[in-house]
Design a protein around this ligand. Structure first.
Ligand code: R5P
Length: 304
């Protein structure tokens, strides 16, 4: 087996190769003077099982093209199988046409990926709100969604020193992650309800407008992505009003971009009163304390 990391996946691929004692592939990724990507692998891949670890984090357009080029080159090289891990999937949040004139971006991305002839695509805590399963979009290629939430919840349980915590999902969709985190920590959970007005503006309410049962309790907010930080900051306001103690936030994908290029989502979240923010390395960040290398290595071990 040969494991390759795309340009945002180099560290993860190295960790996974070490965990599995597997060969780390040599891949050259550069740019032509006009900005086009150039990729070339330097291994004999014919009849080999190859794994590509390719988060499409903070440069989604560029990394999407890079993914297509890497997979296509390996396919041409007659690899026996191509297994890809796309921990942060570009365009997944645009899984619908929200307004007339929009392109249905994730449908388009899915169609292009489906033509590559990959054997399986693993995602991690993929943001799909309006379809039940990625197979409704990527129709030919098998896909499977993994989760980093048990590892995040374990980290919080072991490291955050919380007293009688309640897990809270800041919107309806996050119930799937809040439930798993609560089970892992052996505590209960609640969810909140979100209305989104724009990419950065949201409002949050509680069930029937009632205060959350957090008076005197510590709280763990769990979500898949923190992007502008708007969701977390709005949720924190209501949690504090209800008398919570320490507030810890866990997410899989710490995009942490803020509302403008000069804004820091992380600074704003800490400023709102949160004690600890923890994310994973699907998007390398200052708070990527949990690595998804373990979940990727476990999956490879069980399937290849
Ligand atoms: C969907 O709404 C997601 O689960 C996250 O809650 C959202 O992407 C977070 O975005 P932001 O940090 O910009 O509120």
């Amino acid at each position: 087996m040969i494991i390759y990391g795309g340009s945002e996946g180099t560290v993860l691929a190295t960790k996974v190769a070490k965990l599995l004692d597997a060969k780390l592939g040599k891949i050259e990724i550069t740019k032509f003077p006009d900005g086009e990507k150039y990729i070339r692998y330097h291994d004999e891949v014919e009849n080999e099982d190859v794994v590509v670890i390719h988060p499409m984090g903070l440069k989604p357009d560029e990394l999407f093209i890079e993914y297509l080029l890497i997979c296509s080159a390996l396919k041409d090289g007659k690899a026996k199988s191509i297994t890809t891990f796309v921990p942060y999937f570009a365009y997944a949040r645009q899984d619908n046409r929200f307004n007339p004139g929009e392109p249905g971006s994730f449908h388009l991305v899915s169609k292009i990926i489906d033509d590559l002839g990959i054997d399986i695509i693993y995602t991690i805590d993929l943001h799909l709100q309006r379809v039940n399963d990625l197979s409704e979009l990527i129709k030919k290629t098998p896909t499977k969604n993994l989760s980093a939430v048990p590892d995040i919840a374990k980290w919080i349980k072991d490291s955050a020193g919380l007293k009688n915590p309640l897990v809270i999902g800041p919107d309806e969709e996050s119930e799937q992650w809040a439930k798993v985190a609560a089970e892992t920590m052996g505590v209960d959970y609640e969810i909140m309800f979100k209305t989104r007005y724009s990419a950065t503006e949201v409002s949050i309410t509680t069930k029937e407008g009632k205060p959350l049962p957090v008076n005197g309790r510590d709280v763990v907010i769990i979500d898949d992505i923190i992007s502008s930080g708007g969701t977390i900051i709005e949720a924190v306001k209501l949690i504090q009003e209800a008398g919570a103690g320490k507030i810890v936030v866990g997410c899989t994908h710490p995009v942490l971009r803020g509302k403008t290029p000069f804004d820091s989502a992380l600074a704003n979240i800490y400023d709102s009163g949160v004690s600890i923010v923890v994310g994973t390395d699907t998007v390398p960040s200052q708070v990527s304390y949990v690595s998804v290398a373990d979940v990727i290595a476990r999956t490879i071990k069980e399937t290849l």
